[in-house]
Design a protein around this ligand. Structure first.
Ligand SMILES: Cc1cc2nc3c(=O)[nH]c(=O)nc-3n(C[C@H](O)[C@H](O)[C@H](O)COP(=O)(O)OP(=O)(O)OC[C@H]3O[C@@H](n4cnc5c(N)ncnc54)[C@H](O)[C@@H]3O)c2cc1C
Length: 526
């Protein structure tokens, strides 16, 4: 049997930079056999079948394409301890969809957005009542975990992989069909893909004033959506591969604690599995805030997930909330052709950031958007036959306007209250956040919590860093979360970025500070 080069995405040819096996070697499923390199990344190609290598067809330096033969396995020789791909354990849940694409290690190190004030809640406080742990339920568990990870977003999958790398037997539970959580599926990745498209449109438009003229863009919405979905699929598929490689057992279903050593997972068909654990890491993230006076079930009322679906480009769009998520989506829809209005309760856009940092963005959108309403409250929203009617209460008094669609982007709330954490004795505060110490331990020492569910800022790179701390602490390593600053970026046009204490904060706290500015115009590259 031949093992072939898997689909290489956008690349027609890539270079082999390492060959990990040779003739006569035994390979197991998922064992890396080659490393390929493009100008952007390196990727391991895993074996898709187990066996003994009869002959190699590639060497270091070769250029290979999708479908090229890598090696031939000797007929009929299966290594005794290596089950074939179809026999791999599937965690007792529905069979996992595993992409055969190469494993792109998703990178979240890049600085990015704060979805509220940057330092809010960064040092969580251990307050609140502690419920007594529920007694252990009798009965045989379906799965045993040294480390159970609940939630497979950037926090959860990073914790699971790190714990597995440290030798732990890990069970990773998520209710979604794909790994990657909000960030990969309906957050950072699809939004950045669409923002890239928006940027291309903006740049070609601007260059027409400087001697480079293109025709009017033709936006093929299904194709654009397909490309964005494909970017997401490649990354989430790569994660499933990485989980298999590390022998992390993935289970699909909604998890709820039964006690401080047991979790029940309910699948879509209602079947349940009992997972017994020695240690647990809670990484259940957050979801969009819903406001009681808004008809969220009307298809013309979007949250960020629905906005990323890009079903159409509404003629008039209201973005409710001038924070990062709202403004990033406004950037996309405005560039695609919507007349955008942004409404914000505070007196500036991105209220957590310094006013002078936001000023260039505010200036640019003041001419491009239909309207930016600051210090304005939305007091009523009604779905009518003509559109979504919104009542504003602002400096100019009260008024109504009707939009084709509205995007509600007023913040995210943590999911800590939805997992029966009290049955494990874990404290959850009144907002749904789980207080933790600097090792990410909750008030129950063998239960950790990480990511959006432990506090602001809700950022993927904060979640991944906390994840490593929790996994290492669970493995007994002397590690702590001691980040002094966490960088933030709004990927709007222009982008806005900051790190550490803001000027607003320094003023409010009476911190002695100085300011330095460097004008864009003075930068040759800019
Ligand atoms: C539109 C948008 C754009 C964003 N862009 C950026 C960006 O550019 N940069 C950045 O740093 N951050 C960005 N963020 C924020 C980022 O997505 C989050 O900070 C990050 O995903 C948090 O990771 P997490 O692991 O804590 O949780 P999540 O990613 O929320 O993952 C939690 C997982 O837990 C699962 N889960 C929850 N409850 C249960 C349960 N009971 N049982 C089983 N599974 C459960 C969920 O299905 C989910 O998969 C963006 C967010 C949005 C919405």
């Amino acid at each position: 049997m031949d093992l072939l080069v898997p689909p290489l995405g956008d690349f027609s040819e890539v270079v082999v930079i390492e060959v990990h096996i040779g003739g006569g070697d035994t390979v197991t499923v998922d064992q890396p056999i080659l490393t390929l390199e493009t100008e952007k990344a390196t990727m391991d190609v895993p074996a898709t079948e187990a066996g003994v290598v009869e002959s190699m067809h590639v060497a270091v330096g070769d250029r290979v394409s999708t479908g090229d033969r890598i090696l031939t396995l000797a007929a009929g020789q299966q290594p005794a301890d290596a089950p074939a791909a179809a026999d791999q354990p599937t965690a007792g849940g529905p069979a996992e969809q595993v992409s055969d694409a190469p494993q792109y290690q998703a990178g979240y190190g890049s600085p990015s957005g704060v979805y509220r004030s940057p330092q809010d809640g960064l040092t969580p406080v251990t307050t609140g009542a502690t419920a007594p742990a529920h007694p252990t339920v009798q009965g045989e568990p379906d799965l045993d975990a040294e480390v159970l990870v609940l939630g497979a977003g950037p926090g959860g999958y990073t914790a699971a992989f790190r714990a597995a790398d440290l030798g732990k037997h890990v069970v990773l539970v998520d209710r979604s069909p794909t790994l990657g959580g909000v960030c990969l599926n309906v957050g950072c990745i699809p939004s950045k893909a669409l923002l890239h498209a928006a940027k291309v449109l903006a740049e070609t438009e601007e260059m027409s004033e400087h001697g480079l003229r293109f025709g009017a863009p033709q936006v093929d919405l299904p194709a654009l959506r397909g490309w964005k979905d494909d970017v997401v699929r490649r990354l989430t598929g790569g994660l499933a591969q990485l989980a298999r490689q590390r022998k992390v057992t993935t289970v699909r279903g909604v998890g709820r604690f039964l006690s401080d050593s047991q979790l029940q997972v309910t699948g879509e068909d209602g079947t349940t599995q009992l997972v017994a654990f020695q240690q647990a890491i809670i990484a259940v993230g957050s979801e969009p805030v819903r406001l009681p006076f808004i008809p969220h079930d009307d298809p013309r009322v979007l949250d960020s997930t629905a906005a990323l679906d890009l079903v159409d480009v509404p003629a008039r769009l209201l973005v409710l909330g001038g924070g990062i998520i709202g403004l990033e989506m406004a950037t996309v829809y405005s560039q695609l052709g919507s007349a955008v209005t942004v409404v914000e309760l505070m007196d500036q856009l991105i209220p957590g950031a310094d006013r002078d940092l936001v000023a260039p963005l505010a200036k640019r959108i003041s001419t491009r958007y239909e309207n930016v309403r600051l210090q304005t409250k939305v007091s009523a929203v009604q779905a009518t036959d003509n559109g979504v009617q919104v009542t504003f209460d602002g400096p100019d008094g009260t008024g109504t306007d009707t939009f084709d669609k509205i995007l509600v982007a007023v913040g995210r709330r943590p999911n800590g209250g939805l997992i029966d954490a009290d049955r494990a004795g874990v404290t959850v505060d009144e907002h749904g956040f789980i207080p933790v110490d600097s090792q990410m331990r909750t008030n129950v020492p063998h239960v950790f919590a990480i990511g959006d569910v432990v506090g602001q800022p809700m950022l993927a790179h904060k979640a991944t860093h906390e994840a490593k701390v929790a996994a290492e602490a669970a493995a007994g390593l002397p590690t702590h979360f001691d980040a002094r600053v966490i960088p933030s970026v709004a990927y709007t046009d222009p982008e806005v970025a900051w790190a550490g204490v803001t000027e607003n904060e320094a003023k409010a706290k009476g911190i002695n500070y100085g300011t330095g500015t460097f004008p864009w115009a003075a930068s040759g590259r800019a």
